[in-house]
Structure formats: C-alpha cells, structure tokens
Design a protein around this ligand. Structure first.
Ligand SMILES: *Cc1c(COP(=O)(O)O)cnc(C)c1O
Length: 450
C-alpha cells in the first residue's frame, strides 16, 4: 500500500506509473505548465535573490583565483563553455531523422574548474556563503575588503574552529569537501554505498573526513544531519532543502545568456531554447531552470532527465506526492550507474516550487547513457560521465512526442527549425582515466550490439 492505495489503484489513476515500475523509458509532458509569471510566483525566491548570489560569487572571485590557480584565466569565476554538438547531432539524426531539426549544443559543466561537475555551482556557493557569514560576523573581513585575504593562515585558523558536513553520492561531496578544506574548515562527507572509491580517495587526500554507509543516499544524508545537529559549530549542507544551493545553481542562467548572445544565438518565442537537465534530488536542475525562467520566460523549455531506475522527481510530481513517496515504495530499485542521479526520494522543495515551471520529464536507461557516452566521445571527442549524457535524447523526445505537447505550446515547425537544444553536461572531467576507459568500453560494446 502506498498512502492507502495499492499499486494497481495508482496505476489506474496514473497510467505512466506502470511504465516506470517496468523500468521502461518514459516521457511525460507536464499538463500543469503555466505561463512563466505564474509559475515563478510558486517559488518563495526572487530575481533579487539570484542577483545577490551572483554578487557574492563576484566578491569571492579574488579568493578563488588565489586558492585555485586553474581559475586564473576566468578571473576566479567558475564557469563552463557552451559547445556546438554538430557531429553528435548528425549521428543522432542518422537514426532519428527528426533530430536534425534545430541546433544541438552542450553546456560543458563536465569541464567546470575545481570539481568537474554541476556541483561546482551550488555546492561551492553554499560553502562560500557560510564562510562569508562567519567572516563578516567575526570581523575577519569587512564589507569592501578583497576576499583574497581569505586565502591566508589567519583565515584558515579562524575557519578551523568550524565544520561543514554533507551527505552525498559523490559529486556534491567533492565540491563541498574540496572548497571547505581549502578555506580551512573541518569537513566531513557522509557517503552512500554507491559512491566511487576514487571520490573517497580524492576527498581524503584533501584532508576531508569521509564517513561510509552501507545504504543509499537518503540514509547518508540522515546520518550526516543527525551527527551535525549536536554540534553548534557545524553547518550541515541540506541537499534536499537548501535555498543557498538552489541559488548558486540559478546564477548559471545570466552567464548562459551572455554566452548565447556571444555565439549569435537568439532566444525568443520564434527561437525557442530547450534545456535538458539531468535530475537527482532536483536542486541543481531546479536552480538552473529557475534562473533560466527569470531570464528567458516562456521562450525557454526546461525538461528533466532521470535514470529508469531512479525516476524520483517524475514520480513525485506526476503523482503530486513529492517527497512523501520514494521509488522504493513502487518497487523501483534506485540502482543506476549514473552518479548523482541515484536518488530515491526527490526534494519536496524543488518538486513543489516547480510544479508549473517545467515542460516535462523523461527517463533513460543506463544502457542508453553508456551508448551515448561512447557516441559523444567518438563524434565530439568529449568525455562525460554517464549521468551527464541523460540530457542528450531530450531533443528526440520533444521532436517525436505524440502527446499534443508541441501543439499545446504552439511549437510550430518554423519555430522548431529555429530552436536551440542545450544538453546540460553535468560532469565528467574528474573521472580517472581507467574508470573513463571502462565506461567507454562498455558504451562501445552496447553501441555495436544495437
Ligand atoms: C548532482 C548531479 C546531478 C543532479 O543534481 P541534483 O541537484 O541532485 O538534482 C546531475 N548530474 C551530475 C553529474 C551530478 O553530480
């Protein structure tokens, strides 16, 4: 029984559940999608909050540039490029002719400095926000100071009195751990059983304490939360509900707008922008989508992608149960190779806030992520981790749908011909070579079998 109803009853009222339970790749276009102004009113955050986060990242740029020399070229701003996926799009179109409509691009967060994944946005932002709050309150820095001062023994001694903890399947832990340790905080990452060994090793080599659990992500989060509550000097990063994480991700949108303009790409009603975002607990894709809606309004169409084995956000939003339900309740095992997406229960904050903001959700099998991983490498020479490929089939799902979605939104042929499809490539550059080679081999085998 799930909230007093049997699975059979749920499947009758919500027919897509049967497909999810059978682990079939599924696409759902959101009938509750509302005009942007209405959808944004569901979120208790505003454009001013995003601007505040953006300004904070600017203030920290001198510190980041000093502490992480790889960010010197970008003057301490942690940002990734957009890259055209011309060859990949041609390869997709050879199998699905519709895929040649519009233009396919990658947002290369796999190449973000410091931690090589989308978590270098929200995760790092939350650590910086906390550090700034402490440093200002104690007088370690004054408003107007250069934050380069925070890369000093004095600052590290100060931050060493405090600790930061997080529960993570891997990438969030890397971002929080690396930045916390560099500032001087005592950092603890509570990791679930599915976390990769190399991520644990990397964190330990940075001086981070790694606690390992034999269970999944939610349990690691719970344990971390419990241990942190008893310590008033400990800040626990709450991936499921954190407004700061969310705002850190949202800053991506204004930067993307500048990049699209620089690349000569127009976004308006006649030139729609589709953005495909891999979704785990929801904060990353949710924050990015929130930022994008503020800038591009109804011209941007945000779609979340999840593994067939972990469709927590789709299930939560589709049933309206949000975080009251986990994929396990429906007998789905939450077992996937897609790091960062192996999440059984979605963020209730994100699901509820964004119910009317997202155009749709779809699921993708692990095999397909591996195939696309190999195809991305052979066509574009780019190496992404499996999760980061989840957005690639998005344009095919949109262009092949027969649920009346394009018609309802008046996405005409001429508009679709002008469309930009942006795949959010959420991670990959930190994956060790041997691990990446194993991913590629697996993907090539699956491609050959197709
Ligand atoms: C964390 C992560 C995501 C999804 O972010 P959430 O905030 O968990 O939804 C997607 N891709 C990768 C590689 C990630 O690490």
């Amino acid at each position: 029984m799930i909230l007093d109803k049997t699975i059979e009853t749920w499947c009758e009222s919500h027919p897509l559940i049967a497909e999810l339970v059978n682990l079939k790749e599924t696409t759902w276009f959101n009938p509750a999608l509302a005009p942007t102004a209405q959808a944004l009113s569901d979120v208790a955050l505003t454009a001013a909050d995003i601007a505040d986060a953006s300004a904070r990242l600017e203030r920290f740029a001198p510190f980041i540039m000093s502490a992480f020399p790889e960010t010197r070229a970008s003057h301490g701003i942690i940002e990734s490029e957009i890259l055209p996926l011309t060859t990949l799009q041609a390869a997709l179109a050879s199998q699905h002719p519709q895929a040649s409509q519009g233009t396919l691009w990658l947002k290369a967060d796999n190449l973000l400095p410091i931690s090589g994944s989308i978590k270098a946005r929200g995760g790092i932002y939350e650590v910086l926000k906390h550090a700034e709050d402490l440093a200002l309150a104690s007088g370690l820095i004054q408003p107007g100071d250069s934050y380069a001062k925070l890369d000093s023994e004095e600052a590290r001694t100060f931050f060493a009195q405090y600790s930061i903890a997080v529960g993570s399947t891997g990438n969030l832990g890397l971002s929080i751990g690396i930045m916390s340790a560099r500032l001087g905080f005592q950092a603890t990452v509570h990791m679930s059983a599915d976390a990769r060994q190399w991520k644990k090793d990397k964190l330990r080599s940075c001086g981070v304490t790694v606690m390992e659990y034999a269970s999944d992500y939610s349990v690691a989060v719970e344990q971390g939360r419990k241990q942190s509550e008893s310590d008033p000097h400990c800040h626990f990063v709450d991936d499921e509900n954190s407004v700061n994480l969310f705002l850190g991700y949202a800053v991506a949108a204004e930067r993307l707008q500048r990049q699209l303009t620089a690349a000569g790409i127009t976004v308006d009603q006649e030139h729609p922008l589709f953005v495909y975002l891999p979704c785990g607990v929801g904060g990353g894709p949710g924050g990015v989508a929130f930022g994008l809606k503020h800038i591009f309004g109804d011209a941007v169409h945000c779609i979340f992608a999840e593994p067939t084995h972990s469709p927590c956000m789709l299930l939560g939003v589709y049933t309206g149960l949000h975080d009251a339900v986990s994929v396990y309740d429906f007998g789905i095992d939450n077992s996937t190779a897609a790091d960062g997406l192996a999440v059984g229960r979605p963020s209730g904050f994100v699901g509820r806030s964004m119910q009317r903001m997202l155009d749709g959700y779809y699921t993708i099998s692990d095999e397909e992520m591996y195939r696309l991983l190999a195809l991305m490498e052979s066509t574009e020479g780019l190496k992404l981790e499996p999760s980061a490929l989840a957005g690639v089939p998005g344009l095919i799902r949109v262009l092949q749908e027969q649920q009346g979605y394009r018609e309802r939104l008046n996405l005409t042929e001429s508009r679709l011909a002008n469309a930009t499809h942006l795949v959010w490539g959420t991670g990959g550059s930190m994956v060790p070579n041997e691990e990446m080679d194993a991913y590629l081999t697996k993907g090539r085998v699956l491609l050959a079998l197709q």
